[in-house]
Design a protein around this ligand. Structure first.
Ligand SMILES: [Fe+2]
Ligand SMILES: [Fe+2]
Length: 315
């Protein structure tokens, strides 16, 4: 058993990232969130954890993708990147109202750093779309292509995000609506979907010399996500303590079942061993609810709902 440490990924440069022990990358966010860092500590981590989306070399990855990757792995990579093209871009789009509605000054400063991160993630995804997958280089056309590649539950979740954020935009200093937006975005979209998706990519590329640019980028994104999820948990923990638990529960009840079915309707067959995305998502959901002070019985209830819901018809 390795000693308790987040140091390997905390201090790694982009060039070192593809060679980090995979276990360290996979558990990094859990170790960071367990420390319950406050926004100021997250700000300080952010200053030390800068990286460049432009510095990642993608030419070898394009060759791997075109010539060396088995068909099933290609399909899985295409679906993952399409999901992240939409996810990062919408994340950037939705964080504006969350930044504006921040209840405290330190929250506001931290959220400025997260907007910078999501901008960098979006830029990297546009590069992966164009330079590895060969999608249209025009961002607007690429986003349409990617939207057509993502699964129905992903589109449903994006629509729900738009609704919740619009509510916040119309009532910018309403703390209750701000918490609802943070519950949906930080806890579900980032804590369940993004973190699990990034880990799945890092894990599936572990042990192969292929796609080292993709691997470095997703490892750096995992590290950023540990700060994003930590912030969400901090804000929601405070919200639960202040009596807003039911508002948070309501949004999670609506969104978590969709998030746990995110892969439904996708064409890629699973190419890896180990737990499924759904199982990883369930673990992440339980863990985070516990960290904000919401009871296990509620997590069980939401997981039960996701089992009963069917894929909604193609819209
Ligand atoms: Fe991101
Ligand atoms: Fe994020």
């Amino acid at each position: 058993m390795a000693r308790w440490s987040t140091l390997l990924l905390d201090d790694a440069s982009l060039a070192e990232m593809p060679r980090l022990p995979v276990a360290d990358v996979l558990r990094h966010a859990d170790l960071v969130t367990a420390q319950e860092p406050h926004p100021q500590a997250l700000y300080e981590r952010w200053e030390k954890q800068q990286w460049s989306a432009q510095a990642i070399e993608l030419e070898p990855d394009r060759e791997d993708y075109e010539r060396r990757l088995p068909k099933a792995a290609r399909k899985a990579l295409e679906e993952s990147i399409a999901t992240f093209i939409i996810g990062e871009y919408t994340g950037l789009d939705l964080l504006g109202p969350i930044l504006t509605g921040a209840p405290e000054e330190r929250d506001h400063l931290y959220l400025g750093t997260q907007i910078a991160d999501e901008t960098r993630h979006t830029q990297l995804m546009l590069r992966l779309g164009e330079e590895v997958l060969g999608l249209d280089p025009d961002p607007r056309r690429m986003l349409t292509q990617a939207w057509n590649m993502v699964t129905t539950p992903h589109r449903d979740l994006s629509r729900l995000e738009t609704e919740v954020i619009r509510e916040l935009q119309e009532h910018p200093s309403d703390y209750r609506r701000w918490l609802r937006a943070v519950a949906l975005f930080h806890l579900i979209t980032e804590g369940v979907l993004a973190l699990v998706g990034q880990r799945a990519i890092v894990r599936s590329l572990h042990g192969t010399p292929l796609l080292s640019g993709v691997k470095a980028g997703f490892t750096a994104m995992c590290r950023d996500e540990s700060r994003h999820v930590s912030f969400g948990l901090h804000a929601l923990r405070q919200g639960v303590r202040e009596g807003y638990g039911d508002d948070i529960r309501e949004v999670i009840e609506q969104s978590a079942p969709i998030a746990l079915r995110i892969e439904e309707g996708g064409e890629a067959e699973s190419t890896e061993q180990g737990p499924t995305m759904r199982e990883l998502g369930i673990d992440s959901l339980r863990r985070q609810l516990r960290l904000i002070g919401i009871e296990d019985a509620f997590a069980d209830h939401v997981i039960g709902l996701s089992l009963r819901q069917q894929v909604s018809p193609e819209q």
